[in-house]
Write a new protein. Structure first.
Length: 273
């Protein structure tokens, strides 16, 4: 593995492929307030948060780096659950401004950094690097590789990358089944790697549209890239509904989401040596 990483470090200096990432900054700056409002959509606490936090598990006493942390929705929870050091990174200054406003109101000791995850460099050696929806902003395989390398670089040996990421394993015609959860998206009839998927989330109450693109890569490409940077023991985790969600809305309400999940959990281990 040492040989592979040595080669990769050299490659890492020559990634030329950051097209489109800068416009992401401007886009999330524009939609930051609206994106925060989507936290009221029932699937976010009952499926997204429940699945994500189950995958991450106990963080008490651990150092956590949260990439694409947004306004710090999950970042704060890691500190509240006893993580020793928590750092949140996001490309959007507006998102980080919202996170810092909360930190100023209720100081938890979280450090927030405005930075493109593609160009993070080594800022520490963390027990956990986590992300909710980062990798699906990579627009090329080369960017996916570069992001994965930044993640690997910031983990201790024996540390884990734990994430949720958009994922589509069902025919495009069935995407309409997710409308009732406030989610709409357009999948090309025959999806190719690197294709943009245009997402619209509808906020609860005022039903405003929150629009953004994610980019598609096969799970096999993700696995190749994770292995290329040195990760071992790659696991995919299916979405689950919280017991509260089932109590509140019934199993039937969630079935279409469970049959057509738009995200998947990812777990990758950095070997000890
Ligand atoms: C869908 S939001 C998720 C925010 C947060 N993780 C959450 O779950 O509430 C995606 C976030 O990814 C950030 N992002 C996109 N590309 C990024 C990059 N290259 N580096 C760092 N952050 C990025 C956006 O600014 C945005 O805050």
């Amino acid at each position: 593995m040492g040989k592979k990483l040595g080669k990769f470090r050299t490659l890492n200096q020559h990634f030329p492929d950051n097209r489109g990432i800068l416009s992401m900054t401007a886009h999330y700056d524009r939609i930051a307030h609206l994106y925060v409002k989507t936290q009221d959509l029932p699937y976010r606490p009952h499926i997204e948060e429940y699945t994500y936090l189950q995958i991450i598990g106990d963080v008490a006493g651990l150092s956590v780096l949260d990439l694409a942390c947004g306004d710090g929705l999950y970042t704060r929870q890691f500190k509240e659950k006893g993580a020793s050091r928590v750092v949140g990174v996001d490309i959007s200054p507006k998102m980080i401004e919202l996170a810092r406003e909360q930190e100023n109101e209720h100081p938890l000791g979280i450090e927030y950094i405005v930075k493109d995850a593609l160009e993070l460099g080594k800022i520490g050696e963390f027990d956990r690097v986590v992300s909710s929806y980062l990798l699906s902003y990579a627009q090329t395989r080369s960017q996916l590789l570069q992001m994965s390398w930044q993640i690997f670089l910031n983990l201790k040996p024996g540390g884990c990358f734990l994430s949720i990421n958009t994922d589509y394993q069902f025919p495009h015609a069935e995407s309409s089944r997710l409308k009732k959860y406030g989610i709409a998206f357009k999948l090309p009839a025959s999806i190719q790697e690197g294709d943009a998927i245009a997402f619209t989330l509808k906020t609860v109450g005022d039903r405003q549209d929150v629009k953004f693109n994610n980019y598609y890569f096969d799970r096999t490409t993700y696995e190749e890239v994770f292995q290329e940077v040195g990760f071992s023991e790659i696991h995919w985790h299916q979405v689950i509904v919280s017991p509260e969600g089932i109590k509140e809305k019934g199993q039937e309400f969630w079935q279409d989401f469970l049959d057509h999940p738009i995200f998947v959990g990812i777990e990758c281990l950095k070997p000890r040596e």
